[in-house]
Design a protein around this ligand. Structure first.
Ligand SMILES: *[C@@H]1O[C@H](CO)[C@@H](O)[C@H](O)[C@H]1NC(C)=O
Ligand SMILES: *[C@@H]1O[C@H](CO)[C@@H](O)[C@H](O)[C@H]1NC(C)=O
Length: 419
């Protein structure tokens, strides 16, 4: 979403745009096929000239032909290589070049391929173990090398913010490291479920790399649309979320659970702030995993201190869950991934994948910058064929300044059974 206006309905235009690179490659491919064919034609038609001297060649000179054929094959192979190189450049995709100087030796070691000792594995068909690392790491190879420079078996540098910078640049997953991450003594943790609403001590989270150095500072900061004072569990609105509505766009958790007719046991919360959705769900015996990065706040540690399960993941990462495993997926404005409309489509399809048939997708106060964006999102959601159990388009007058209202979408949608 973001600045680019969505034109979901215009399927052909979208397709054309998406395959711009591949059409360029196709034209090149066509050109190459035609030229090689012309070359072949020339090679074969030139033989009658030789037959003009029947004293020299009464038969077709087989070795001459095979020589020409192998020339043609070589020509095709080299064109294919050139095309692959061009495509790589067009897509901006390169695998990580470890031969570069200043590449951390730990990175080389981690990425080294290992042949399976007994050869090809009959069950999986693989012959070697390949360590996994995000291909975009190549674009931040200096940062990556910095990240991979440490003392083996020693303490890791205190650099989670460097790790997060890499992740936000698409270097995800990060390589593993052989060092001990900085540990913070977690003293004074409460038992579950008391832990859900107890304030978290400043001392049991790491503040390195953050602007704020305590929760009081965070509480006075607006950390985004889905986290306004969201670390303050005692005062403010956070402890009323999902149980008390501020407006028609706020649904109550019990109402939504009733729509799931008792079958809601597991959930996934996208951009879940301080974990309050998971906390309210936990009180109802629903296990929710909260996806979050530590943007400007120690969110992961806060969520886990509440006795909840944070998963440290950017929204560009394919969800590390199997198909059809969740009963509910909850997402708010964190769903706004920016960029081309296809980006949101990739995300929506991934949400659809992990949600089971009959499961609920709760779109909670999704902020639409304008009417066009709202229509586009609506069209996209409608393409999935979900049943709209609840659907509210809300406007907050003057929310974005005098005379400028903000549009919010809320909905509870049920995934259909597809065959
Ligand atoms: C076939 O062509 C090759 C190279 O053009 C030549 O050296 C050879 O003598 C030819 N053989 C016959 C049987 O004409
Ligand atoms: C949650 O589970 C516990 C233990 O099984 C049970 O006592 C409690 O009533 C349940 N709570 C809700 C809201 O279903």
């Amino acid at each position: 979403m973001g600045s680019v206006s969505l034109k979901i309905g215009d399927g052909t235009a979208r397709f054309r745009r998406a395959s711009l690179c591949s059409s360029a490659v196709n034209v090149l491919m066509l050109f190459s096929v035609i030229t090689t064919n012309l070359f072949a034609l020339y090679a074969f038609t030139s033989s009658p000239k030789d037959q003009a001297h029947p004293t020299q060649h009464t038969h077709k000179n087989i070795s001459f032909i095979s020589e020409q054929v192998s020339l043609i094959i070589r020509e095709i192979e080299s064109s294919q290589k050139k095309l692959a190189q061009m495509e790589k450049e067009l897509l901006g995709y390169e695998s990580i070049d470890l031969s570069r100087p200043n590449t951390a030796s730990e990175l080389k070691l981690f990425l080294q391929r290992h042949q399976l000792p007994l050869g090809k594995d009959s069950k999986t068909g693989i012959t070697e173990m390949v360590a996994s690392v995000g291909h975009s790491c190549d674009k931040s190879v200096d940062l990556l090398s910095q990240y991979m420079t440490y003392k083996v078996s020693g303490a890791c540098p205190d650099d989670w913010s460097l790790a997060q910078r890499l992740i936000l640049r698409g270097c995800e997953p990060l390589p593993r490291r052989r060092c001990f991450a900085k540990s913070v003594p977690k003293v004074g943790l409460y038992s579950f479920p008391i832990s859900l609403w107890k304030p978290v001590s400043d001392k049991i989270v790491s503040w390195s790399g953050l602007g704020c150095k305590n929760f009081e500072c965070l509480n006075n900061k607006k950390l985004g649309k889905d986290c306004v004072g969201c670390f303050d569990l005692a005062n403010g609105y956070e402890n009323q979320r999902f149980v008390k509505a501020r407006g028609k766009n706020d649904f109550l958790i019990d109402d939504v659970l009733a729509l799931g007719s008792g079958g809601t046991r597991t959930g996934f919360d996208i951009g879940g702030g301080s974990g309050t959705f998971a906390a309210r769900m936990a009180e109802r015996n629903v296990t929710v995993i909260t996806a979050t990065l530590n943007v400007d706040a120690p969110i992961s540690e806060f969520v886990s201190a509440r006795g909840l399960f944070p998963v440290y993941l950017s929204l560009d990462h394919r969800f590390p869950f199997y198909d059809n495993v969740f009963d509910i997926v909850h997402a708010a404005s964190g769903l706004d991934v920016g960029g081309r409309p296809e980006k949101l489509e990739f995300l929506m399809f991934d949400i659809d994948r992990i949600l089971r048939a009959g499961g609920l997708f709760w779109l909670d106060n999704f902020y639409c910058a304008n009417e066009e964006k709202k229509k586009a999102l609506t069209r996209l959601i409608e393409r999935f064929g979900y049943r709209k159990l609840k659907w509210v388009v809300g406007e907050k007058p003057d929310a974005a300044g005098p005379g400028k209202s903000e549009v919010y979408l809320s909905g509870v949608l049920q995934k259909p059974v597809r065959v």
